[in-house]
Design a protein around this ligand. Structure first.
Ligand code: ZN
Ligand code: ZN
Ligand code: FE
Length: 759
C-alpha cells in the first residue's frame, strides 16, 4: 500500500493511457455522512468503473481507469469530501487490471464486525436554508427540512445500524416524493435517514401557558408571543430552550422564574451581523459560529459594561440559529433571543413534551413543541476561541459522539468526576467522550448519566474490560464504578484528580512520554487524602510526582467556604497575620473566626480556585457565590487590562514539593492603595509569575520542557493571555486544551488514558 501524498499526484498525465486498476482504503468517519454519493459523483466525473463498500475502518474502493485521472481523483477525495466526513488516511495499491461493467455500491463484507460511528447533530446547511426560503421549493418554510449534509443525528438515534427505523423518525413513513430522493444517488438526500417533508414528516404545534393547544400557525404564534414579551419554551434538537427578547425586564423575569440568579444567559443571534452589533467577532470566531457544529461561542462584548443583566462578565455566549425551526422563529425581525436551556435548578435539560408542560408550568408563557421525539439529551456546546483554536468549555451538541483518534488498544470505561460529569468509552484507536451531563448529585442527572453509559456502550459495541474513576470516595461516579467493577468482576483503577486533568490535556494534544502538568482547579481529592487544586505535576500517563503546590488554605465549614468566598478571604487574612475585621458584617462571622482559630471543621485545601475566591472577597468583589467559581469569574472581569505591576510571593521547597506561599502576596494586596481593578490585575500577575518560576525550577530539575495546562481555573482568560506566553519565553513548550474541556468535564478522558497505561 502506498500512503497517498501530494508529490506523486504532481506527475503529469500521458497523452493516451492504458486502463489500470487501483484498490483504495479510506480510514476515518465516512459512513452516514454522504461519502458514498460523493464518491459516486467523483467516479462519474473521472470515468471510472468498479465498486465501493463500507468496512469496519471506513471504506474500500476498487477503481479501473486512467492513472492521471486516478491521481486527480485522490486529490479531490481527500480535499473535497462532504463536511461531515473525517478522513484519517487514504492508502492505495495497484492491482492487476480488471474490467468492470459500471460502478456499484457493494454490501458490507458479511460477518465483519462493523465499526459504527454516529454523526453528531449538524446545523442546517446552506442548501437546505436556501430551499427553506424558496417559495417554489416543496419544503418552503418546512421546519424539519434536512439532508445528508445536515439535520438531527445523535439525538434521534435509538440503536445501530443507523437507519430510519432505529431513530425517532420511525413513526414517520416517507411519502413517495421523499422516498424517490432517498434512493437516488444523485440526490442530496440519498440515504438521508431523517429526510421528510410537510406531507410525511413531523409538525409543530403551539400551546398556551396552561398547556392548551392554540389553533393557527404554531411558529407565528410563538413569534407573536415572544415579541409581546412572553417567555416561550422552544423544542430544539437535544432539548428545550426558554426563549425571550433580550430586554432587562423580561430577562430578569426569566431569571426569577427559573431561579437562575446570576449565571449568564446565552443568546441566539439571527446572523453574524447581529452578533457583530453586540460583540467583537474575530475571523476564527465567525468560522466557529458558522461551522456545522453551531456551538455557543463566548465573545467579547463591544462594551464590557453592557448587557450586565445577561452576563455579569465581559463576555456574551452567542450562537447562530442551527435548525430550520430556529430560522423561522427569528424570521426577518427578531435579531436576537435569550436562549437558555430549559431545566429547573440543576436537573438535566428537558427533552420530552409532557415533561416540559409539567416542569415548566409557571415558567413558560407558551410552548412551541413538535412531535419528533428527542432520544438523547444534548445541551448546546460552549466554546471559546483561544490562540485560533477551539477551547471547549462544554463539549456537547455538534461534537458528541464523534470519537477522538488516540492510540488506545482496549475497551475501557472512565467515569469522570462529579460536578461537571462526563464519561469516556474506548475501543481500539478511538475514545468516545460523552456529552456534558451536569452535576451527578442531582438524582435525575445521575440517572441520565448512567443511561447514557449504556446507550454509548450499545451504539459503539463496547463492553469495557476495565473501569477508571476518581479517587474521591464520595463521588457518585466513584460509587457507580465500584459497584459495576464488583458486579462484573472488572479491574478498577482510582485515578488522582489532577493526574487525570494532566493526562486529559496530554491526550488532547496527542502527547506521550513525560511532561510537566500545571493543574489549577477548585477541588480535587489528593493522593494523601487532602484537598488539592494548585498542583504542578511531573510524569506521564502511567505515573506522576507532585513537584509543586500551593500553601493549603483552611476552609472554615468545608463546602460552606466554597459557597461563601468571604470565609476564604478571612482565612487568607488570618494566616497572613492580618486583621479580619473587614468581614465582621458577614453573618456567621464569629463562628467562622472560631473555626479558623481552633482548626475544627477546617479542612485545608491547596485549591487555586479558592485563592481566587479569597482575593475577590478581600477586594470586596464577591462575598457569596451564586455558582461555583463565581469569585474567580468576577475577579477576572474586574481586572484592569494594562496593568503590569505585581506583588511578592514565596516559594519554599519541602519534601521535593515546591510550594507557593501566598502570605506575602496577601499582605501586599491589602497594603496596596490602588483601585480594586488594579489590585485584581496585580494579584493575577503575581500568580502568573509564581507559576512561571515554579515551572522554570521544576523544568530545570527534571529536564522536562513540555508543559500542559489544565483545570477549571484556566477558563480565566486574563491568566490564559499571559501565562502560556510567559512560559514560552522561559523556553517551555506549552500545550492547552482544544478537544475537551480544561474543567472537570475533561477528566474522564484523562482517567481513561491513565487506565490504558496501567494495563
Ligand atoms: Zn441540508
Ligand atoms: Zn415527504
Ligand atoms: Fe478538577
Amino acid at each position: 500500500m502506498v500512503e497517498s501524498n501530494g508529490e506523486e499526484r504532481k506527475l503529469s498525465c500521458r497523452e493516451v493511457e492504458p486502463l489500470e486498476t487501483f484498490r483504495i482504503e479510506v480510514k476515518g468517519i465516512v459512513q452516514g455522512v454522504g461519502f458514498r454519493p460523493f464518491v459516486h459523483r467523483l467516479v462519474e466525473k473521472w470515468g471510472f468503473t468498479g465498486w465501493v463498500r463500507n468496512t469496519s475502518y471506513g471504506a474500500q474502493l476498487e477503481l479501473t481507469g486512467e492513472r492521471g485521472a486516478f491521481l486527480h481523483f485522490l486529490d479531490e477525495l481527500e480535499n473535497g469530501s462532504p463536511p461531515l466526513a473525517r478522513i484519517e488516511s487514504v492508502q492505495y495499491e495497484e492491482r492487476a487490471p480488471r474490467e468492470y461493467e459500471g460502478f456499484e455500491i457493494l454490501p458490507s463484507e458479511a460477518g465483519e464486525r462493523m465499526e459504527t460511528l454516529v454523526s453528531p447533530d449538524v446545523g442546517i446547511c446552506a442548501d437546505c436554508r436556501r430551499e427553506l426560503f424558496d417559495p417554489a421549493d416543496r419544503r418552503f418554510r418546512y421546519p424539519f427540512i434536512n439532508c445528508t449534509n445536515c439535520g438531527p443525528r445523535f439525538t434521534i438515534i435509538k440503536s445501530v445500524p443507523y437507519d430510519r427505523a432505529s431513530t425517532s423518525m420511525a413513526s414517520f413513513p416517507m411519502c413517495p416524493d421523499c422516498e424517490r430522493e432517498f434512493h437516488d444517488i444523485r440526490d442530496r438526500r440519498y440515504h438521508a435517514q431523517p429526510d421528510c417533508c410537510a406531507k410525511c414528516g413531523p409538525s409543530c404545534f403551539y400551546l398556551d401557558a396552561a398547556g392548551r393547544e392554540v389553533p393557527g400557525d404554531a411558529i407565528e404564534l410563538a413569534r407573536a408571543g415572544i415579541r409581546a414579551g412572553k417567555i416561550v419554551c422552544v423544542k430544539g434538537l437535544g432539548g428545550m430552550h426558554l426563549a425571550c427578547l433580550p430586554e432587562p425586564g423580561i430577562a430578569n423575569e426569566l431569571r426569577r422564574r427559573k431561579r437562575r440568579d446570576e449565571k449568564p444567559f446565552a443568546l441566539m443571534c439571527r446572523s453574524l451581523d447581529s452578533a457583530r452589533a453586540l460583540c467583537r467577532v474575530s475571523a476564527a470566531e465567525a468560522e466557529a459560529l458558522e461551522s456545522f457544529r453551531k456551538p455557543i461561542v463566548l465573545l467579547e462584548k463591544r462594551d464590557a459594561n453592557s448587557f450586565k443583566y445577561l452576563s455579569e462578565n465581559a463576555y456574551l455566549g452567542v450562537m447562530l440559529p442551527y435548525t430550520p425551526l430556529h430560522l423561522l422563529l427569528m424570521g426577518e425581525d427578531i435579531d436576537c433571543l435569550v436562549m437558555t436551556s430549559a431545566n429547573v435548578s440543576e436537573t438535566p435539560i428537558i427533552s420530552d413534551n409532557a415533561e416540559a408542560l409539567r416542569e415548566l408550568h409557571g415558567i413558560a408563557d407558551g410552548f412551541l413543541l413538535h412531535n419528533r421525539d428527542i432520544q438523547t439529551k444534548c445541551d448546546d456546546s460552549l466554546i471559546r476561541i483561544y490562540e485560533g483554536r477551539d477551547y471547549p468549555l462544554r463539549r456537547s451538541r455538534g461534537y458528541v459522539p464523534y470519537p477522538l483518534t488516540l492510540p488506545v488498544k482496549r475497551r475501557l470505561l472512565a467515569c469522570g468526576a462529579e460536578q461537571k460529569a462526563s464519561f469516556c468509552l474506548s475501543k481500539p484507536g478511538h475514545v468516545f467522550p460523552s456529552q456534558h451531563m451536569g452535576d451527578l448529585k442531582n438524582a435525575e442527572t445521575l440517572e441520565n448519566w448512567e443511561g447514557q453509559i449504556g446507550h454509548f456502550a450499545g451504539l459503539f459495541d463496547i463492553e469495557p474490560e476495565a473501569i477508571a474513576c476518581d479517587m474521591h470516595p464520595d463521588y457518585l461516579s466513584t460509587a457507580y464504578a465500584e459497584e459495576r467493577a464488583e458486579a462484573e468482576d472488572l479491574p478498577l483503577l482510582r485515578v488522582q484528580h489532577h493526574h487525570a486533568h494532566m493526562a486529559a490535556c496530554m491526550a488532547d494534544n496527542g502527547l506521550d512520554g513525560e511532561c510537566l502538568g500545571l493543574v489549577w482547579d477548585g477541588t480535587g481529592y489528593g493522593s494523601d487524602g487532602a484537598i488539592w487544586g494548585g498542583e504542578l505535576l511531573a510524569g506521564g500517563y502511567a505515573d506522576f510526582r507532585r513537584a509543586g503546590s500551593v500553601r493549603p488554605i483552611p476552609l472554615a465549614g468545608g463546602d460552606a467556604a466554597i459557597e461563601e468566598p468571604w470565609r476564604v478571604g478571612a482565612a487568607l487574612l488570618r494566616e497572613s497575620g492580618l486583621d479580619t475585621a473587614g468581614f465582621e458584617g458577614e453573618s456567621g462571622y464569629a463562628a467562622v473566626l472560631k473555626m479558623l482559630e481552633t482548626g475544627t471543621n477546617c479542612p485545608r485545601s491547596s485549591g487555586m480556585g479558592r485563592l481566587f475566591d479569597g482575593a475577590s472577597a478581600i477586594l470586596g468583589i464577591k462575598m457569596r457565590a451564586g455558582y461555583e467559581g463565581q469569585g474567580a469569574v468576577l475577579l477576572e472581569a474586574a481586572a484592569a487590562e494594562n496593568e503590569d505591576g505585581e506583588y511578592p510571593f514565596g516559594l519554599c521547597e519541602s519534601g521535593g514539593v515546591l510550594t507557593l506561599d501566598w502570605r506575602e502576596t496577601v499582605r501586599a494586596l491589602c497594603a496596596d492603595g490602588e483601585s480594586a481593578a488594579v489590585r485584581a490585575a496585580r494579584f493575577m500577575n503575581t500568580l502568573v509569575s509564581a507559576a512561571a518560576e515554579q515551572l522554570r525550577r521544576v523544568s530545570r530539575e527534571t529536564g522536562l520542557r513540555r508543559a500542559v495546562l489544565s483545570g477549571g481555573v484556566f477558563q480565566n482568560m486574563y491568566i490564559m493571555k499571559r501565562l502560556p506566553e510567559r512560559l514560552r519565553r522561559e523556553g517551555l513548550e506549552v500545550f492547552t486544551h482544544s478537544r475537551v474541556s480544561c474543567n472537570d468535564e475533561g477528566i474522564s478522558l484523562g482517567q481513561l488514558m491513565v487506565l490504558e497505561a496501567s494495563l
